[in-house]
Design a protein around this ligand. Structure first.
Ligand code: ATP
Ligand code: MG
Length: 181
């Protein structure tokens, strides 16, 4: 049984959708890292070139640590910056095959370059790599490409209760980069 779960992954891998359902199923607290950063004024500015918000990670990390130490019971943090913060018992990285992620990203009003950047990050497993640097072996990757939201929720609930284990480093989407240079 884990108490502090971080759910991370490239944009559009389903973190928010899955976490909301999971938190209501497990009747636990859910912290959306993006909202936390905005509410607490951790936005340092907007990246001129890429258009995304630049977040004060040390300040975010401190806030996350404070919430964890004040918390009692199961708590889930979700967001693509979650794994850059410390304090998780388990970091779960949602992975989606780039060709599927593309159709989801196209549904957002992202620029071509932002879509490409996210697809490359997913192909290269950037979130997993960053999470591994901080957390080592306490990370789990789930390939959710062919799973419904309910199935993803069930898999994560299984990890939380200790019934299921997922390792990391086995998901390889690099072939997408080779076919889409
Ligand atoms: N397992 C799934 N199968 C099909 N569609 C999904 C699945 N999970 C999420 N989606 C859809 O993908 C889109 C992105 O989901 P969501 O907003 O939860 O992603 P996110 O990882 O929170 O993205 P961001 O990092 O930008 O906040 C939504 O339209 C959602 O309905
Ligand atoms: Mg989200």
């Amino acid at each position: 049984m884990y108490n502090t779960i971080f759910i991370t992954g490239t944009p559009c891998t389903g973190k928010t959708t899955v976490s909301e359902l999971l938190a209501s199923k497990l009747n636990c607290r859910l912290i959306k890292i993006n909202d936390l950063a905005i509410e607490n004024d951790f936005v340092l500015g907007i990246d001129d070139e890429k258009g995304y918000k630049v977040i004060d990670i040390p300040a975010l990390n401190e806030k996350v640590s404070q919430i964890i130490s004040d918390n009692d019971g199961l708590i889930i943090f979700e967001g693509h910056l979650a794994h850059l913060c410390s304090g998780a018992d388990k970091v779960i990285v949602l992975r989606v095959r780039p060709e599927i992620l593309l159709s989801r990203l196209e549904g957002r009003n992202y620029s071509e370059s932002k879509i490409r950047e996210n697809l490359e990050a997913e192909a290269m497993g950037v979130c997993t790599g960053e999470a591994y640097e901080i957390y080592g072996e306490s990370i789990s990757e789930i390939d959710v490409s062919d799973l419904s939201v309910d199935e993803v929720v069930d898999e994560i609930a299984g990890i939380v209760s200790g019934e299921k284990t997922f390792s990391f480093g086995e998901i390889d989407f690099m072939d997408w980069l080779i076919s889409n240079p």
